[in-house]
Every structure is written in C-alpha cells, then in structure tokens.
Write a protein that binds this ligand. Structure first.
Ligand SMILES: Cc1ncc(COP(=O)(O)O)c(C=O)c1O
Length: 399
C-alpha cells in the first residue's frame, strides 16, 4: 500500500464515524464492470456499492443525462411537476402492474413510504386498530426507524429502541408461520422475494402465491421490497414477475439509479389514493436530476436483449460456480438468481473477501458467512469467465 493510500485510511479513521469496518484499500475510479484503487490496482467489481451500479461505472448514457439535466434544472419544489419526473413515472407504470409512483432518495425512504401508505390505507379502510405488520426473519429493509423495525436485526440492536410497535416476524417459505400472526389487526406483509442482506435466501413461488392468496382473503396489503432484487437484477424487470404474483406495493432504490441516489415506491391505485396532499413528502424526492437519471437507467434496462443478458450471464456464472463446487469441496452452497448470487464456503468469509480483493475481484458479505456476487447487469460472458477464474484460483489458494 502506498504512503498516500495509508494516509487517507489513517486520516479517515480520525474524522469519520466508524460505523463501517475499515477496508485495506481506497477506491478511486470505475469504468464498466471495473474499478481501480488509489494504488492503481484493478478489480472486477462484483460489489458495485451493494448491488447498486446496474449499468456499471461511468455509463455513457448516464453521464450524458447528468451533464444535460444538471445544466438545465437540478432541483425544484417537490410539488412542482417536471418532465423528467413524469417520463420516469410513466416508464415504471407502463412496464408494471402498478398505477402510481412516489419518488424517494434511498431504499429506506421507499420502505418508510410503503409502510406509511399501508398503515394509512388500513386506518382509513379497516379502522384504527388495523396497524400490524408481518415481516420475516433474516429480512432486511434499511436503517431508518420504520425500516429497522421490520428488520429482524432490531432484536440484536436494543440500544436503538423502542422500535415501532405491532411488528411480527414470520419464517420465509413457511405459510403457517405467517398465518399465526394474521388477524383483523394486520395491515401489511412485507418481504424481499429473495432476501439479500440476510444471506441470499429466495422465497419459493408457491410461498409467494400463498402470501398473495392470504392477503386477498384477509384484505392485507402485500409489499415487496424490490430494492435489491428489482430493476432487472434477477432477470425480470420487476422481481414479482419471476414469482408469478403481483404485490400491492413495491419499493425500489439501488439499481434504479445505478449509483445516483434515487428510490421509489410504486403502488396500485386502491392503495396509492390514500397518499393525499400533505400526508407524506420529501425535499429531494423526485427532483429533476434524479428522475432524469432514473429514466435513463430504466430505459437502458428495458432495451431489447438487456434482461436476456442478465439471465444468460447469470446462468453462466451459476453453472461456473457449480463446476467449481464439483472440483473443490470448499463450496458448501450456491443460492440466488440472475445476477444476485450467493455462495457459502468452508473459508472464513472475511478472509475470502480479502483474498478475492487481492486477486482482483470485489464482492460483499451477506448474512453471517455468504459471499454475495452482484456484478453490473451489463457484464459480458468473457468478463464473467474472468471473475470465475479469480474465484476458482482464490478457492484453491485459501484453506
Ligand atoms: C432489500 C433492501 N431493502 C432496503 C435497503 C435499504 O436501502 P438504503 O441503504 O438505500 O436505505 C437495502 C439496502 O441494502 C436492501 O438491500
């Protein structure tokens, strides 16, 4: 490590709140699927800021939009209409089962909007008593109070309490465990169709369809957190398409901005109409720059062949990992879908991530011990092979 890089790391420790573990390098720039650190080391970026940069780094279409829109209009009062906001909302509505869009700036903010909408809908349609929410063990929805309250981790973080009341945690893929909590007080059920942070655990199609039927039977709002799995990450534009059942409300962020901070909550009219003037809002949400960028990103994802590439290269990587599993007994499980893949190994996860970094590949941890591989959705087969070669060589070298 160069003296300059060490200096940045040391000085950062002095002035930044230490809520993240220090990393042994400083990132400098990115292009496509690659990133470089301040010492000039090149990485295949399968981290992309925790599954964010769907179009990779420095995508030309995004740069063009940022330049043009920043010079034209970056911000205005949130209640004002702008063309980028309309165009982006139309694109989301025309390509989904949803009727209305609310723009936010992050994943957690989209979750807050979804929870508040579901509770307001329940309050107005079913009564004040109806405010309970069912979430899932190992689920993750963000760090703000509402989002943290439906994230099981709140149990291991009592120091932030009290969290919002009326939340129950059921077991993914166990419909009976959900039914136990459903009553006339239940306003909403919230889940990630594939749990990301929790360790790459997919819901089954049968379970999702069962939840849909349960919500219909008891008139409960079904919320899909598509912040990590949506916008093409698992091979369909919205993740719900993969599972064959429509939610009432969905949350987006990460991939919709591909690195630009923007999020959204989308909802069917029956629910969305309860978000009336003054009930909710944000200064920056839906600003012209963010929505222009999101429009560009979504337009790229919807181009013919884009999602096919996700499925093709996702399958290629998954099969490549299975091949590595046959060759070595160090891989104990492979999970996920499309370009959201997870791998459990016998190697300590932090050691594995560090070794991969040294060998030129960045990936992240999910759950307690899962390696999460989330390359940009534009990754090509040869680049995927390069990533597999690094993973294979690293597995051989580590005990
Ligand atoms: C499924 C899911 N929901 C919500 C969030 C929170 O998003 P943000 O960090 O943008 O607030 C995340 C972030 O990792 C996530 O993976």
């Amino acid at each position: 490590m160069s003296e300059q890089t060490q200096k940045i790391i040391d000085e950062s420790a002095k002035v930044l709140v230490q809520n993240y573990e220090a990393q042994p390098f400083v990132l400098d720039r990115g292009e496509g699927i690659y990133a470089w650190d301040t010492d000039g080391n090149k990485y295949i970026d399968c981290s992309i800021g925790f599954a964010v940069a769907s179009l990779g780094h420095a995508h030309p279409a995004m740069l063009k939009t940022i330049n043009e829109q920043a010079g034209k209009l970056m911000i205005c009062q949130a209640s004002y209409m702008t063309e980028p906001k309309l165009k982006c909302a139309k694109l989301l509505v025309e390509n989904s089962c949803f009727d209305k869009v609310y723009f936010s700036n992050s994943g957690a903010e989209s979750i807050e909007a979804a929870l508040k909408l579901a509770r307001k809908w329940a309050y107005e349609e079913k009564g004040e008593h109806c405010n309970e929410i069912i979430a899932f063990h190992k689920g993750f929805h963000g760090r703000t109070y509402g989002a943290a309250s439906v994230t099981e981790k709140c149990h291991s973080q009592p120091f932030f309490g009290p969290y919002i009341p009326g939340v129950h945690f059921a077991e993914l893929n166990n419909l009976d465990s959900v039914k136990e909590f459903v009553s006339d007080k239940t306003a909403a059920i919230i889940l990630e169709p594939i749990q990301g942070e929790g360790g790459l655990y997919p819901a089954t199609e049968e379970f999702i369809k069962g939840l849909r039927a349960l919500c219909d039977e008891h008139d409960v709002a079904l919320i899909f957190d598509e912040i990590q799995v949506g916008m093409g990450r698992i091979g369909t534009f919205f993740a719900y398409e993969t599972f064959g059942a429509e939610p009432d409300i969905a949350t987006l962020a990460k991939g919709i901005g591909s690195g630009f901070p923007v999020g959204a909550m989308v909802a069917k009219d029956r629910f969305a109409k309860h978000m009336t003037p003054g009930s909710h809002g944000t200064t920056y949400g839906g600003n012209p720059l963010a929505t222009a960028v999101a429009h560009t990103v979504v337009s790229e994802i919807l181009k013919p062949g884009f999602l096919e590439n996700v499925v093709k290269v996702g399958t290629f990587i998954e099969e490549g990992l299975q091949e590595l599993q046959r060759e070595s007994n160090k891989i104990t499980d492979i999970r996920g879908r499309g370009l959201l893949l997870g791998m459990d190994t016998t190697i300590d996860i932090k050691q594995l991530i560090n070794a991969l970094q040294k060998n030129g590949l960045m990936a992240t941890q999910a759950g307690k011990a899962t390696l999460r591989i989330t390359p940009p959705l534009i990754i090509e087969q040869q680049q995927a092979q390069d990533a597999l070669d690094i993973i294979g060589a690293t597995l051989k070298q580590e005990e």
